[in-house]
Design a protein around this ligand. Structure first.
Ligand SMILES: NC(=O)c1ccc[n+]([C@@H]2O[C@H](COP(=O)([O-])OP(=O)(O)OC[C@H]3O[C@@H](n4cnc5c(N)ncnc54)[C@H](O)[C@@H]3O)[C@@H](O)[C@H]2O)c1
Length: 508
């Protein structure tokens, strides 16, 4: 099992003592000296919050596999009844993860301020998969899955004191931070929206970091970044996982320096993405100053609607948006296919991005929660399970719609309202999750697309798509212009598929 050899040094239940004044937050600076026959070296000791009877011990001495507080599970050794707090628990990913972790035996708590519901309403849009109010969700989780989720309506930024009290009450052993505005176009509407997104995201993360420093410094944070932080380097340079690998070298004017361990360049593509880059630096610094531990998850674009838990009952469904601001590309393509709108490729439609299915993303998150970083460690993973061009995705959706559901799906090229390269190289590295955390993707894109069609073609969802048809075509331009994009070309599906397959093979 991937984390069998992790030790109490990684465990959030450890209370470190000893020469740890580097945290600069009032920790003990008492010195512990090794045994007489050993060198006179001071050392860090620990006490277990779950097993106080162990007294003071060397945190490196016990592994997860040896500790009775850990049990083996499908995604690694996991703390029994692990307390996980989800920030943004009412969202697309937050609600899905709450049910997923609860079903694995975690004690799940969470906060949300319903920002997402408000923002979608403000745009005149709606989740096309109907979702219940939180009270109803919590009741259904109890009735259907036997889960008791401890929820509070709190804004993590503007209600910092209440947030801190709740964290102090629960003492989570892992904090998953999803509580941000996830939309690039929303941040590009106007100055008010740009400010709203950056304020909410950047200051919410800062508030979380300070809360963790003061209340739960041993807890690990799994923080959501995005692959969009990196942009698409036009040189074709590989997109490493957050930090340069040890053997990366900078050469200049005949001289050479190691880049190993330095944060890789970021090239965000909207004011939303800029907020994520600022988060990256805030998390990095907090780990350095206070020895917090954090996984910064550079997540690919999520698609899909299915996990065992959200599909178990209509009241447990997670949201799914398809409007121009909050819909992600695959989800939008399937909705366009159902609505009879030709799938919209922006510009050349050869943008390449990393993607991951909802279910696979849940598995990755669980594996990270199970294996916290070491104190002070800021670690990054690129959470992606496949790389696709938007054309390729459109073809897959169109083909599925035509062959399995008898829909006449068309594809169109439209003006690109964004400022981005339509055609570019893309070599993303995403090796850590498979190699170090044992993740292997379970969901085939075509299968999930089929499931989405099945759900979207039900009378209720189809009617909801139809009701909000007017919010599907993009009208938000990065330039500030507000008008619907115009069609450039309707594609000849068959010819284009063949051409694109050839191009894709060459790219790989
Ligand atoms: N969905 C994707 O494809 C995707 C891809 C890459 C990264 N991400 C990141 O993953 C995270 C979750 O994404 P999602 O799609 O579930 O978004 P979401 O909007 O559905 O979920 C975020 C939740 O956080 C809540 N929230 C926002 N600000 C808050 C605050 N200040 N206090 C309390 N609650 C607050 C919202 O109400 C919402 O319920 C985001 O950080 C997003 O940037 C998402």
């Amino acid at each position: 099992m991937h984390n069998a050899k992790c030790t109490c040094w990684n465990c959030p239940a450890i209370d470190l003592a000893g020469k740890v004044d580097f945290r600069a937050c009032g920790q003990s600076t008492k010195q512990f000296v090794k045994a007489a026959d050993d060198t006179e070296e001071t050392r860090i000791m620990g006490e277990c919050k779950r097993r106080p009877e162990l007294g003071l011990f060397d945190p490196m001495d016990m592994t997860f596999a040896e500790c009775t507080e850990y049990a083996p599970g499908p995604y690694g050794y996991m703390l029994r009844d692990m307390r996980v707090m989800i920030l943004g628990i009412d969202g697309y990913l937050g609600w899905t993860l709450a049910l997923w972790l609860g079903s694995l035996g975690c004690k799940v708590s969470g906060v949300d301020n319903y920002n997402r519901r408000e923002w979608v309403k403000e745009r005149g849009a709606q989740t096309i998969v109907p979702i219940s109010r939180m009270n109803e969700r919590l009741r259904a989780a109890r009735e259907v899955l036997g889960l008791n989720i401890d929820f509070r309506q709190i804004d993590i930024y503007s209600e910092r004191d209440r947030f801190k009290e709740f964290v102090d009450e629960v003492k989570p052993e892992s904090i998953v931070h999803y509580a941000e505005c996830p939309s690039a176009p929303f941040s590009m509407i106007d100055v008010e929206h740009a400010i709203k997104v950056q304020e909410n995201n950047v200051l919410g993360t800062l508030a979380t970091l300070f809360t963790m420093r003061d209340v739960v410094p041993e807890t690990s944070m799994v923080k959501l970044g995005t692959m969009g932080e990196y942009g698409t380097p036009l040189t074709g340079r590989p997109i490493f996982e957050g930090l340069f690998p040890a053997d990366a070298v900078l050469q200049w004017e005949g001289r050479e320096w190691s880049l190993g361990g330095e944060i890789v360049p970021r090239d965000p593509a909207s004011f939303y993405h800029v907020s994520k880059v600022q988060d990256t630096f805030n998390c990095y610094e907090a780990c350095k100053y206070w020895w917090l531990r954090s996984y910064d998850v550079m997540q690919g674009v999520i698609f899909g609607v299915d996990t065992d838990q959200v599909s178990a009952d209509p009241r447990l469904r997670t949201r799914l948006d398809i409007d121009e601001w909050f819909g992600t590309v695959i989800n939008r393509f399937v909705a366009q296919a159902v609505a009879g709108i030709p799938l919209t490729l922006y510009g050349m439609g050869r943008q390449i991005r990393g993607f991951i299915a909802l279910r696979d993303a849940m598995e990755c998150m669980t594996r990270l929660i199970c294996s916290p970083p070491e104190p002070g460690q800021y670690a990054v993973v690129n959470q992606v399970s496949g790389i696709y061009s938007t054309r390729e995705l459109a073809y897959i959706v169109a083909k599925t719609g035509r062959e399995h559901f008898g829909l006449d799906v068309q594809i169109q090229r439209v003006e690109n309202p964004r400022v981005e390269a339509d055609e570019h190289p893309f070599e993303a590295i995403y090796e850590r999750l498979p190699k170090e955390f044992g993740f292997a993707p379970q969901v085939a894109l075509e299968d999930e697309v089929r499931k989405m069609f099945e759900l979207f073609l039900t009378d209720e969802v189809r009617a909801r798509i139809e009701e909000r048809r007017q919010v599907i075509m993009p009208k938000t331009w990065w330039s500030g212009v507000k008008r619907e994009v115009e069609r450039l070309e309707l594609l000849d599906l068959q010819g284009e598929i063949e051409e694109d397959e050839r191009m894709f093979k060459i790219n790989r």
